[in-house]
Design a protein around this ligand. Structure first.
Ligand SMILES: Cc1cc2nc3c(=O)[nH]c(=O)nc-3n(C[C@H](O)[C@H](O)[C@H](O)COP(=O)(O)OP(=O)(O)OC[C@H]3O[C@@H](n4cnc5c(N)ncnc54)[C@H](O)[C@@H]3O)c2cc1C
Ligand code: FES
Ligand code: FES
Length: 1340
C-alpha cells in the first residue's frame, strides 16, 4: 500500500461475477458468505464449517492496485471475510466461471470428466482453489505453456487443493483434474476419465483458455479510482477505516473514554475461527489502510513487517531473490507455508497472529519462529510507542483493546554462502519444526520449534558457540526459549554425552499441563527435534548432513505418484457397464446444483437452531434466552399438538424422542428449537440459552459400557437379527495347542463429516399439510415420524429430497429429527421454518459410529491355524436403540472372513447416557473385519509367525465359507477371494516389496517401513425398492426410484439401466436414450415405500426396480411397434411414442422390486496391500502405496464404482489413522470442528493408490451380475493399520536392542485405533532417543 491520500466513502461498492453491488447500512459483522448466500443468486459458495477449515466457501477476491495498475487475485474463505472489508474488490465464485446455459468452464468440465465430484458439496470450493492457482500462475514469468495448458507445475496444481476437504472422493481424481492443467504434466499420469478413448489422449481435454475470465471488471477499475476506504457508520457504530496512526489513535482514545462502546480491531478477521466470538461489537476498526501497518521494509540489518501484512505476502517477501543467501528467511518462509491454508494465509495478518498468541496463548507458529531469531515488536498504547523483545511482549499481561501492535522487526543474519561465513570456520544453523496431523498444514502443531545456532569446527570436534531453542504450541503455554538447555550447550563440544544430558534437561523444560492432550508425547517431540538438529554434527562432519524431519524441497516435490485405475467396461448391456460421467457432476461444479439450503427462502421464512443438553442425565427445569434479538419462539415438546407424539426418529427397534421432556438422557440431546428471523440470530440465541437442570434424586448416569453391564442396561436384540454361532467352541479349544484368554480391544467412534451438515425446510401447505425439503437418506421414515408428531395422516406430509451433500449413514436416522423439528415449528407458527445446523451442533448431536469394547479368547495350533474363537462384545449404543441392534449381525458378517474353526460370541448392546449411535458407512462391518485382523495379528505375534502366513492358513475353503455364511456364500464360482488374493500378490509385486521393506529397515534407524496385505469379506442384503418410469410425449423419460442420490452415483446407474432396458424396444433412436432419461427427486407422496438408502445395495435395487418398469413398457411398446412396422415400415423412438400417445398406450409403469429370499444376501470380496513408513522421532505415518483389487461382479458403472472404492478406502484411513471423535467424562463431544477433527486431506492419503476393479463374471442372482461397492472397500483401510503395526514392530525390536534386551522380539503390543502420531510414537518409544544415546554411551 502506497502512502497516498485515500478518500472515504460511506457506501460499500464491490462486484460479484461482474455484477455491481452497492450497499449502505451494513451490519459490520456480516460475512461475505452470509451475504452471497442470502442476498444473491450465487449459492455455489457452500458453508461447510464456518471456520476456514474446509474450503467449501472459497472464492477468488480481486483487488485493483491503482498505483501499479495491476489486479491482485487471491482465494479467500468467504465464511471468515467480513463484507465491509471487500470495498472496491471483485469476487468470483464458481458461477462466474461458467454455467449450463453459457457453457461450463474447462474446470467444471474436467471435474465431471475425471469423475471428481460425487456429492458435489465440496466441488465449487475445489474449483475456486484451482482457479486461483491458475490465475496466479499466469502472472509468473515462466515460459508460455502449450496451448490449452497453464503455467502451473504439477506440484503446485496438487497443492492448490491442500486446504480443501472432500469426504467422498478420496482426492485422487481431484488431484488429476488439477494436474491436467499443469504445463509439466505427463498426460500418461492422469487417471481414469471420460475424455480419451483408447490411446487418443492429446487435445481431448476440454480446452483451457487463461484469458476467458476477467476477474476484475472494467467498471470497477474506473470507479475505484474515485472511491476509497469504507467508513460505514452512524451514531458511533459501524465500520471505520482509519488511514493514519493519528486517526487510529483518536478512534481508539474515544473508545477508551466511552466504555459502553464495544470495539474490535480487525485485520484479516480469521481469529474468529479459533475464538468463536459471539460478542456483538459496535465498532469495527479496519487496520489495513494505515500505511505503516501494511508495509514490509527491508534493510541490510533487519526486515520490518507491518502488523497487518498477510502471512502470504510475508512469505513472498522472505523468498525474494535478494535474500537468497539467507537460509533463515528461506526456512521461515517454508515454515509459514504450513500455517492454516492458503486461503487463511492470504488474509491472516502477522500482527493478528502474534496478538492472539500474546492475549490467549494461541498455539502460534509465528511466535515460535520469530522468537528463535530474536525478533522485536513495536506497540502503540494511546500515543506512546514502545519496542519490546518478542519474549517480553509474550510475557506481558494480555494486551488491552487500546493497544495496537504496529510492527515486527526480524533481524537478518549475515549473508552466508551455504551457511558458512566467508572467512571463518563457523557455521550458522537454522531449522524449524512442526509435528502435525497434516504435513502441508491446516492442522495446528502438537509442537513447533525453531533453532538457531552458531557452531565451529575445532580439533576436538564441533563447538557450539551460541544456540537459541524456541518451542511453542504445547498446550496452554506460550512459546518459550529453553534457556537452561541453551546455557548448558553453549561453549561445549558436541558429543553423545552432551546430547544425552541436553535432551534430559529439555524434557523438563518442554512440559505441558495435563489439561493438554498428550503432554508426554509433546515433550518427546522436543527431544526428537533437538536430536534431529544437532545429531548430524555428532555423527559426521558438516558437509552434506541431512535432516530427517525437514525437507527443503517441499515446493517442488509432488504429493502423489501416478496411480493406476484398472477397469473393464462391458458392452453387453450398453450403456450399463460403461464408465459414464456422473449425472449432474458439471452443475455441481458450477454451483448450480441445488442442495436444500440453496433453495430460496419462502416469504416469511424463519430459521431454527437446536438447544441441546449439556448434562448426561438431568431434569430440565427451565430454559432462558440471553439474547432475544429477532427470536420468534422456542419450541419444546410442549408444542407438540394434541394427539401427536414426542417422536423425532424411528427404526424397526423403537423411536427416539424429538425433544427431551422432563428428563434429558444424554449430552447433546435436543431440548428445544430456537426459532428466529435469521439463521445467525437463531444460532446465537441457541448458543447463549441457559438451561436449568436439576439432578436431585436421580441415579448417576451410565457413561461406560461396564457401568451398563453392572446395571444390566441393554437394548434387546431380536432373535431374527442375532447372528448364529458356528461349531462347538469347547471342542475347538480342546483341539488347540495354544490359547490366549481375555485379550481386550477398544474401538472408538467416528463422525460422518458429511460436508453439508443436517438441514431441512418445512413449508406449511393448505388443508393442514406440510411440505418438507430434507437432506435425508430415508424420506419415507421422516414422513411417518412427522405425521405422528403433528398428529396428521401421512398423506398430509410430503417429504422431498433431491440430493444430499454426503450422508454416510448420518443422514438416515439422524436427519429425521431435524426435518421434524422444522415441521413442528412451521406447524405451530404457520410460517415456513428452515435450519442449517452449524458444524459444532452437528458434531455434538450426531452420535456417529458405535464405540465398543471387545474381549476375545482364541485357541490355535502351533502352525497358526485357529481352532476356536470366542468374543464378548459390549457395544455402546447410547440413549435410544436407533439401528444398534443390527450391529451384532453386521459385525459377524465381516468378522467371519477367516475360518476360525468354532466361533462363539456374546453381544451386549448397551443402553447408556450418550447420544444414540447410528449407522456410519460399514456400521459394525468395519469393526468386525478389524477384530478378525487383530486376532490374526495376535496369534502371529504369539507364535512369532508372519501375519500373512497366519492369514492364509486360516482362509476359508468354499465348504467352510458355506458353514459360516450359509446361503449368503452363493455358488463356488462366486467365491473369488482366492483369485483376488493371488492376483494382488502379483500386481502389487508383494514378495519383492517385502524384501525391499526388510532392506530398508536394516539400513534406517529413525524410519521404519511396514507392509501388509489383507482380505475382506463383506456380506450385504438387498431390500425391496420401488420404481416408476414414465415416457413423455416428446420421447423423454422421467424416472423415480426409492433410492436417494447421495453422491454414490445412484441416479447415473439408474439412467444407464433405463436406457438399456428401454432400448429393448429395438427401434431407431434408442441409442441416444441415455440423454433422454432424467431421474427426479424423491417425493414421498409420489412414490411410496421408498425405504432406506443404505447398506450399499440401493443402487442395484433401484436399477432392478426400474428394469421391472421398463419391461412392462417395452412389452406395451413392442406390440405397438410391430403393428406400426407393418403399417408404415420402420419407426423411430419419437414416432413410436407419439403413436403410443395417440393410441392411448399407458406410458407409465411402476414396480416394487422384492428380492428373492435366497438371492437377498451375498458376499463382496476384495483385498489390499498397503505400505507405510513410520517416523520414529515424531510418530508420523506416511502411506506410501496401496494396491486394491475389488470384485464388482460386473460393474454397472466402473467410474462410479472406482469413486466408491477410493472414497470409502480414504474414509477408512480416517477411522484407522486420524479421526478422534472425543468426549469428556459427561459424554459431551469435545472435538467439535475442523480445528480438532481431522479427516484425511490430499497430503495424508496414499502417495500411490492403485485400484483394480475385477469384473469377476456372471452372477446369475445379481442385478446384471453387479455387486455392491459403497461400503466394503472401507474395510480395506485396515491394511494401513496392519502395515503401521508391522513398522512399529521393527521400531520396538530396535528399541529392545538399545535397551540391552538381547534376543526375542517385542511383538506383543496393541496398536490403538486411530493410530495417530502420539499413539504411534508412544509405541515406538517416547524415550527412544535417550535409549539410543544411552546405548551408544554404554557401547563406547
Ligand atoms: C483455519 C485456520 C488455521 C490456522 N492455523 C494456524 C497455524 O497452524 N499456526 C498459526 O500460527 N496460526 C494459525 N492460524 C491463525 C492465523 O494465523 C491467525 O488467525 C491470523 O494470523 C490472525 O490474523 P488476522 O489478521 O486474521 O487477525 P484478526 O482476526 O483480524 O485479529 C485477531 C485478534 O487480534 C486483534 N488484532 C489484530 N491486529 C491487531 C493489531 N495490529 N494490534 C492489536 N490487536 C490486533 C483483533 O482485534 C483480534 O482480537 C490459523 C487460522 C485459521 C483460520
Ligand atoms: S465454510 Fe468456510 S472454510 Fe469451511
Ligand atoms: S464430493 Fe467432495 S465432499 Fe462430496
Amino acid at each position: 500500500m502506497e502512502d497516498t491520500q485515500l478518500n472515504s466513502t460511506q457506501r460499500l461498492v464491490f462486484a460479484v461475477n461482474g455484477e455491481r453491488f452497492e450497499l449502505d447500512n451494513i451490519d459490520p459483522s456480516t460475512t461475505l458468505l452470509q451475504f452471497l448466500r442470502s442476498h444473491t443468486r450465487f449459492k455455489g459458495v457452500k458453508l461447510g464449517c464456518g471456520e476456514g477449515g474446509c474450503g467449501a466457501c472459497n472464492v477468488l477476491l480481486s483487488k485493483f492496485d491503482t498505483n501499479l495498475k495491476q489486479v491482485e487475485d487471491y482465494k479467500i474463505s468467504s465464511c471468515l471475510t467480513l463484507l465491509c472489508s471487500i470495498n472496491g474488490c471483485s469476487v468470483t465464485t464458481t458461477e462466474g466461471l461458467g454455467n449450463i446455459k453459457d457453457g461450463f468452464h474447462s474446470i467444471h468440465q474436467r471435474f465431471a470428466g475425471f469423475h471428481a465430484s460425487q456429492c458435489g458439496f465440496c466441488t465449487p470450493g475445489m474449483c475456486m482453489s484451482l482457479f486461483s492457482a491458475l490465475v496466479n500462475s499466469e502472472k509468473t514469468d515462466r515460459p508460455e505453456p502449450a496451448l490449452g495448458f497453464s503455467k502451473l507445475t504439477v506440484s503446485e496444481a496438487e497443492k492448490s487443493i491442500s486446504g480443501n476437504l472432500c469426504r467422498c472422493t478420496g482426492y485422487r481424481p481431484i488431484a488429476d483434474v488439477c494436474k491436467s492443467f499443469a504445463a509439466d504434466v505427463d498426460i500418461e499420469d492422469l487417471g481414469l476419465n471420460s475424455f480419451w478413448k483408447n490411446d487418443a489422449k492429446l487435445n481431448k481435454l476440454p480446452f483451457y483458455d487463461s484469458k476467458q475470465i476477467i476477474t476484475y471488471p472494467e467498471f470497477l477499475k474506473n470507479e475505484y479510482k474515485s472511491t476509497a476506504v469504507l467508513n460505514n457508520h452512524q451514531n458511533n457504530k459501524g465500520w471505520y477505516s482509519p488511514v493514519s496512526i493519528e486517526e487510529l489513535t483518536s478512534l481508539v482514545e474515544v473508545n477508551s473514554v466511552d466504555n459502553e462502546v464495544m470495539v474490535k480491531l480487525v485485520a484479516g478477521n480469521t481469529g474468529i475461527s479459533y475464538y468463536k466470538e459471539t460478542n456483538q461489537y459496535d465498532k469495527y476498526i479496519d487496520l489495513r489502510f494505515i500505511p505503516e501497518l501494511s508495509r514490509i521494509k527491508k534493510t541490510d540489518s533487519h526486515i520490518e513487517i507491518g502488523a497487518t501484512v498477510p502471512i502470504s505476502k510475508l512469505i513472498l517477501a522472505l523468498k525474494e531473490k535478494r535474500f537468497d543467501g539467507d537460509l533463515v528467511f528461506k526456512k521461515i518462509a517454508s515454515h509459514l507455508e504450513k500455517i492454516g491454508t492458503e486461503t487463511v494465509r492470504n488474509v491472516a495478518s502477522v500482527g493478528g497472529n502474534l496478538v492472539m498468541a500474546q492475549r490467549k496463548n494461541f498455539p502460534s507458529d509465528i511466535a515460535t519462529v520469530f522468537l528463535a531469531v530474536k525478533s522485536k515488536v513495536t506497540i502503540l498504547t494511546g500515543v506512546k510507542r514502545e519496542t519490546f523483545t518478542l519474549e517480553e511482549f509474550l510475557e506481558k499481561p494480555a494486551l488491552d483493546s487500546r493497544s495496537v501492535l504496529l510492527s515486527v522487526f526480524v533481524p537478518c543474519l549475515k549473508p552466508t554462502k551455504n551457511g558458512y561465513p566467508e572467512k571463518s570456520n563457523t557455521k550458522i544453523l537454522f531449522q524449524t519444526y512442526r509435528a502435525s496431523l497434516r504435513p502441508l498444514g491446516n492442522a495446528l502443531a502438537y509442537l513447533n520449534a525453531a533453532f538457531l545456532a552458531e557452531i565451529s569446527v575445532c580439533d576436538s570436534g564441533v563447538n557450539i558457540n551460541s544456540i537459541r531453542l524456541a518451542f511453542g504450541s504445547f498446550g496452554d503455554k506460550r512459546a518459550i526459549t529453553a534457556s537452561s538447555v541453551e546455557n548448558y550447550l553453549v561453549g561445549k563440544i558436541l558429543s553423545v554425552d552432551l546430547m544425552y544430558e541436553a535432551v534430559k534437561l529439555l524434557r523438563v523444560v518442554v512440559t505441558s499441563e495435563n489439561v493438554t492432550s498428550h503432554p508426554a508425547y509433546r515433550s518427546s517431540l522436543a527431544v526428537g527435534f533437538l536430536f534431529d538438529f544437532l545429531w548430524p554434527f555428532v555423527e559426521v562432519d558438516f558437509p552434506g548432513v541431512r535432516s530427517r524431519l525437514t525437507s527443503d524441497h517441499s515446493e517442488t516435490t509432488t504429493l502423489l505418484s501416478s496411480a493406476k485405475q484398472v477397469i473393464e467396461s462391458s458392452d453387453e448391456h450398453y450403456p450399463v457397464g460403461q464408465p459414464i460421467v456422473k449425472t449432474g457432476a458439471a452443475i455441481q461444479a458450477s454451483g448450480e446444483a441445488i442442495f436444500v439450503d440453496d433453495m430460496p427462502s419462502p416469504l416469511n421464512c424463519l430459521h431454527g437452531a437446536f438447544i441441546y443438553s449439556t448434562k448426561p442425565l438431568a431434569r430440565v427445569t427451565g430454559i432462558k434466552l440471553k439474547s432475544e434479538k429477532d427470536v420468534n419462539s422456542v419450541i419444546t415438546f410442549q408444542d407438540i399438538p394434541k394427539g401427536g407424539d414426542n417422536i423425532g426418529a424411528k427404526t424397526l427397534f423403537g423411536p427416539e424422542p424429538l425433544f427431551s421432556d422432563e428428563l434429558t438422557y444424554c449430552t447433546g440431546q435436543r431440548i428445544a428449537f430456537a426459532v428466529a428471523e435469521t439463521q445467525k440470530s437463531a444460532d446465537v440465541a441457541a448458543d447463549r440459552a441457559i438451561v436449568d437442570y436439576d439432578i436431585k434424586d436421580l441415579e448417576p448416569p451410565i457413561l461406560t459400557v461396564d457401568q451398563a453391564v453392572l446395571k444390566s442396561s441393554f437394548f434387546e436384540v431380536p432373535s431374527f437379527v442375532y447372528p448364529s454361532q458356528v461349531g462347538d467352541f469347547s471342542k475347538g479349544m480342546a483341539e488347540s495347542d495354544h490359547q490366549i484368554h481375555s485379550a481386550e480391544i477398544k474401538l472408538p467412534s467416528q463422525y460422518y463429516f458429511y460436508m453439508e451438515t443436517q438441514t431441512a425446510l418445512a413449508v406449511p401447505d393448505e388443508d393442514n399439510c406440510m411440505v418438507v425439503y430434507s437432506s435425508i437418506q430415508v424420506p419415507e421414515y421422516a414422513q411417518s415420524v412427522i405425521a405422528r408428531c403433528l398428529n396428521v395422516p401421512e398423506h398430509n406430509v410430503r417429504v422431498i429430497t433431491r440430493r444430499v451433500g454426503g450422508g454416510f449413514g448420518g443422514k438416515a436416522i439422524k436427519a429425521m429429527p431435524v426435518a421434524t423439528a422444522c415441521a413442528l415449528a412451521a406447524y405451530k407458527l404457520h410460517r415456513p421454518v428452515r435450519t442449517y445446523v452449524n458444524r459444532k451442533t452437528d458434531m455434538i448431536m450426531a452420535g456417529g459410529r458405535h464405540p465398543m469394547k471387545i474381549n476375545y479368547t482364541i485357541g490355535f495350533k502351533s502352525n497358526g491355524k485357529i481352532t476356536a474363537l470366542h468374543l464378548d462384545i459390549l457395544i455402546n449404543a447410547g440413549m435410544s436403540p436407533d439401528v444398534s441392534p443390527m450391529l451384532p449381525w453386521n459385525m459377524m458378517c465381516a468378522l467371519k472372513k477367516y475360518n476360525f474353526g468354532a466361533l462363539s460370541f456374546d453381544f451386549k448392546v448397551c443402553k447408556t447416557n450418550h447420544s444414540s449411535k447410528s449407522a456410519m458407512r460399514a456400521p459394525g462391518e468395519v469393526q468386525g473385519s478389524f477384530i478378525a485382523e487383530a486376532v490374526i495379528e495376535h496369534v502371529a505375534s504369539y507364535l512369532c509367525l508372519d501375519p500373512g502366513f497366519v492369514r492364509e492358513i486360516n482362509f476359508h475353503t468354499f465348504d467352510s465359507l458355506r458353514l459360516f455364511y450359509g446361503v449368503g456364500a452363493g455358488e463356488p464360482l462366486e467365491f473369488t477371494l482366492p483369485t483376488i488374493w493371488e492376483k494382488l500378490m502379483k500386481s502389487s509385486n508383494f514378495n519383492h516389496r517385502v524384501d525391499l521393506v526388510n532392506d530398508f529397515n536394516k539400513n534406517n534407524t529413525w524410519r521404519k517401513k511396514g507392509i501388509s496385505r489383507i482380505p475382506i469379506l463383506h456380506e450385504v442384503s438387498l431390500r425391496p425398492t420401488p420404481g416408476k418410469v414414465s415416457i413423455l410425449r416428446d420421447g423423454s423419460v422421467v424416472v423415480e426410484v426409492g433410492g436417494i442420490e447421495l453422491g454414490q452415483g445412484l441416479w447415473t446407474k439408474v439412467k444407464q439401466m433405463t436406457a438399456y432396458c428401454l432400448s429393448a424396444v429395438q427401434c431407431g433412436g434408442t441409442e441416444g436414450l441415455l440423454d433422454k432419461v432424467r431421474v427426479v427427486q424423491a417425493d414421498t407422496l409420489s412414490l411410496v415405500q421408498g425405504g432406506f438408502t443404505a447398506g450399499s445395495t440401493t443402487s442395484e435395487a433401484s436399477c432392478e426396480a426400474v428394469r421391472l418398469c421398463c419391461n412392462v413398457l417395452v412389452e406395451r411398446l413392442v406390440a405397438l411397434k410391430e403393428k406400426l412396422n407393418e403399417q408404415m415400415g420402420s419407426v423411430n423412438w419419437e414416432l413410436l411414442i407419439m403413436q403410443a400417445n395417440m393410441q392411448s398406450v399407458n406410458l407409465s409403469a411402476s414396480s416394487f422390486f422384492v428380492p428373492e429370499f435366497t438371492a437377498m444376501r451375498y458376499i463382496n470380496y476384495g483385498a489390499a496391500v498397503s505400505e507405510v513408513e513410520v517416523n520414529l522421532l515424531t510418530g508420523e505415518t506416511k502411506i506410501l502405496q496401496t494396491d486394491i483389487i475389488y470384485d464388482c461382479g460386473q460393474s454397472l458403472n466402473p467410474a462410479v464404482d472406482m469413486g466408491q472404492i477410493e472414497g470409502a478406502f480414504v474414509q477408512g484411513i480416517g477411522f484407522f489413522m486420524l479421526e478422534e471423535y472425543l468426549t469428556n467424562s459427561d459424554g459431551m463431544v469435545t472435538v467439535d470442528g475442523t480445528w480438532t477433527y481431522k479427516i484425511p486431506t490430499i497430503d495424508t492419503i496414499p502417495k500411490q493408490l492403485n485400484v483394480q476393479i475385477l469384473n469377476s463374471g456372471h452372477h446369475k442372482k445379481r442385478v446384471l451380475s453387479s455387486k455392491a461397492s459403497g461400503e466394503p472397500p472401507l474395510l480395506l483401510a485396515a491394511s494401513v493399520h496392519c502395515a503401521t503395526r508391522a513398522a512399529i514392530k521393527e521400531a520396538r525390536n530396535q528399541l529392545r536392542c538399545w535397551k540391552g534386551l538381547d534376543g526375542g522380539s517385542d511383538t506383543m503390543f496393541q496398536l490403538d485405533v486411530p493410530a495417530t502420531m502420539p499413539v504411534v510414537k508412544t509405541l515406538c518409544g517416547l524415550d527412544n532417543v535417550e535409549f539410543y544415546l544411552q546405548s551408544l554411551l554404554c557401547s563406547s
